[in-house]
Design a protein around this ligand. Structure first.
Ligand code: AVJ
Length: 321
């Protein structure tokens, strides 16, 4: 089977499993087709979506301290980034490290070769002296390759509160797995969105313009396009919730009426009750205590926390035990 066929198959299987479950759910990892990527770019520019600006501010204002903490007693390191994105935030750090004449290599890891080619071209233009060695592949196998081929200290970036898409058990297991592919003393800088005014959190996932709604519902369009389904998008709505007790932010797609949708690739129909909800995403918000517990359970110790001036967001620097 070709690679794309296999991917399509995995997509179909996951959609089928999610729509057969009770309650129904769809995995947020499938938000990011071309349209989804573009919508997420728009989300990052929204007034309500404070996360990206908060983390950007941390980098702009605390880049000196971040560099000192990355170096410790060493002269150099390899900077590895899990999920490269467009690199806007990371560029602030990269430019600063080059200004300070630090000799280091930047290795963004992504499953999309296209994303990495684009990023490398971009960085070559903007920061010509930067050594970029992208790695195409899954995070863990890429980290494993690095561990066996490179003896220098690794500093791994996992930014943007991407960890928030995992529930607690999956998050700790993911971070443990990252740690298993690091050596004692290697570092991990991980972005966590902090608990804050519940109204502020909720607005970030329910913007006035409806960009987040379009982002969430695009998942149905993607199923239409790639699996030959007949979702009528107008018959569904977007509904996020925030639980201030647990920090759990959830996005849902709600069926506005009783309806049945056919998915050709599965040769199967799925029925929705009026106002039945499909869970699509968790965007966990964290207390400092939770972050401390995560670090300990995953086998790290916290070196230092870098927090923005509003105390919305923390980039927590962890050392592998
Ligand atoms: C990219 C997972 C960090 O959960 O805040 C933005 C994705 N979802 N708006 C987040 C997202 C709805 C985002 N992450």
């Amino acid at each position: 089977m070709s690679e794309t066929k296999e991917a399509l198959n995995a997509f179909a299987i996951d959609i089928k499993r999610g729509l057969q479950s009770s309650p129904k759910s769809l995995p947020s990892m499938y938000f990011y087709d071309e349209t989804g990527d573009a919508l997420f770019q728009k989300i990052m520019d929204l007034d309500e979506y404070y996360l990206t600006r908060a983390e950007f501010e941390i980098f702009v204002r605390q880049k000196e301290e971040i560099l000192d903490a990355f170096l410790g007693d060493d002269q150099t390191f390899r900077l590895v980034e899990l999920g490269a994105g467009d690199g806007t935030k990371t560029k602030v750090l990269l430019a600063h490290f080059l200004n300070k004449a630090i000799s280091f290599t930047y290795s963004p890891i992504d499953i999309s070769g296209n994303v990495l080619d684009q990023l490398k071209e971009d960085l070559n233009g903007e920061l010509p002296s930067l050594k970029v060695e992208p790695i195409v592949g899954e995070y863990f196998s890429a980290l494993e390759d690095l561990a066996s081929n490179d003896s220098s200290k690794e500093v791994v970036l996992f930014l943007g509160s991407n960890i928030g898409n995992f529930d607690r058990a999956a998050g700790v297991s993911f971070l443990t797995h990252v740690g298993e592919n690091l050596s004692s003393g290697d570092l991990l800088l991980i972005g966590f969105d902090l608990m804050k005014n519940p109204q502020k959190v909720l607005s970030a996932y329910n913007d006035k313009e409806g960009v987040t709604k379009a982002f969430n519902l695009n998942l149905l369009t993607r199923i239409n396009n790639e699996l030959g389904a007949n979702f009528n998008i107008d018959n569904f709505d977007h509904f996020p919730t925030y639980d201030p007790l647990t920090g759990e932010t959830k996005s849902h797609i709600v069926s506005k009426k009783e309806q049945t949708v056919y998915i050709e690739a599965l040769d199967e129909s799925f029925s929705f009750d009026a106002w039945e909800a499909i869970h699509t995403e968790v965007s966990q918000k964290y207390s400092h205590k939770m972050i401390q517990e995560y670090a300990e359970e995953a086998g790290f110790e916290i070196v230092r926390n870098f927090i923005d001036s509003n105390q919305y967001f923390v980039d927590s620097l962890w050392r592998k035990r």
